[in-house]
Design a binder for this molecule. Sequence first.
Ligand code: ADP
Length: 551
Amino acid sequence: MTKRIFKYICLVALAVFLACMLLIMGVLYEYFTGEAKAQLRAQTDLAAQGVARNGIGFFDGLDTTDYRITLVGADGNVIYDSAADAEEMKNHADREEIAAARETGSGESSRYSETLTRRSFYCAKLLPDGSVLRLSCTQSSVIALMLGMLQPILVIALIAALLSLFFASKLSKRIVQPLNELNLDEPLKNDCYDELTPLLRRIESQHRQILLQLELLRQKQDEFEAVTGSMNEGLLLLNDKGTVLSINAAAARILDADRGCVGQDALTLNRSVAMQELLEKVLGGEQAQAQLELSSGIYELDASPVMSDGRLRGAALLLFDVTDKADAEQMRREFTANVSHELKTPLHSISGCAELLLNGMVKPEDVKQFDLQIYSEAQRMIRLVDDILRLSRLDEGAIDMQRSCCDLFELSRSTLDALQSEAQAAGISLSLEGGSAVINGIPQLLDSIIFNLCDNAIKYNKPGGSVCIRVEDFPDHAVLTVSDTGIGIPAEHQTRVFERFYRVDKSHSKEIGGTGLGLSIVKHAARLHKAKIELESTPGHGSSFRISFSK
Ligand code: ADP
């Protein structure tokens, strides 16, 4: 900019200088020409009077350095010429000034020399005898004048150029410097020339507008982050190239990424085939779904393209945790398969016995044994179906069961009473320790917990062994412990015995009428009471199930 200002100032100065030179020279040249003509006219008049009085003798001894004098006869032939031989000169009747003088009494003309460097002025006057007296003087032309003055003009031009260079540089600096030093953060605080004030005001208002819009944008961003940050679902926003624009806390946690992944390709977060196919589809403008199996669980990925003006601008990816759903689905499948399997065995047994009885293939003395077999298998099925029904009620949250104040000690006592004969038959002694502990619970479920634990403690005990129920009351919780001196549970099975149909020794469990659902019922019932189960067991020495109910 400085250079341009500088250049234009120099050009303007040069143009002004040249124009002034031309104007001054033109005016002066015209002025001096007028003066020369007036003088020529006066001299012609004087000379005409002299010639009229003295005839040609007037020219004798006359100094004709400044003027050329020509006397042309009435026939146009030159009679006298102060600069040339009159006899050798052509007829002058057709010369413009001579012809005019003959006609009107006086005539004037001017002519340039061949080189245009000189200009001659002619003034002619008609004398009484019909001859014409002509005086002429010569003057340098404008071009010659300028050529003659070239040197001083060049010197002046040089001085003018230097001066204009100096002032142009100073001026351009004075114009540009305040612009360079402008404080654009606080435009109105600048002390600058007045012409800049409207611009500075405009900058100030735009500055304020930008700050306002930035603030609004920041607020919107904060709101967006607050909303997406508190979401349980993962949210990923991508641009049309698949680059991550935004990732919320849940998505970062699920994909084990940090906020530094913003700006990177989405594939760097997960390179599975499912993810690749999903991205390909969504960046092609289609909705897409996929399931990702990550170390943290199973996630459903729902991707939608973001379109604007018919063009793909990016994509939004939502990640839902479907681990529980998938687990539940898996459990349901396994449960159905297990139930069918568990029911098939007694049914086959019943049907086989019944078929033999029907065909009369059983000896009369064996009929009772077959009847017993059918009865026990049917009982097993009834127990199994009862347990399945109980479990399904627990799965639904036992909504039809009422809560009330229950004394764990009293419930334990009645359960032990009910199991007394079974224990006696197995040679197991039962005992109850501790005291009353009242909690708010569902009596049927608490009863199931105590019954299943005690039943197992008797079933998986050794002859002459013992089972002890201990009820303890604390200010904020109550503890029920069922311990036995039975066969115990190996460490590797301890976490799995609470799974449905899981048995440490399948054949032994079936032999003693186990359904494989007892501890699952205990786990579910305890969960509904928000109770914590702890199992301690040493194979060959016994087990202890400790359930802690918060009040
Ligand atoms: P079941 O009907 O087979 O007893 P449970 O769910 O009640 O089914 O128990 C699962 C398995 O845990 C049993 O098959 C058994 O192997 C083991 N178990 C449960 N309680 C005890 C215990 N008190 N002592 C030893 N093993 C036990």
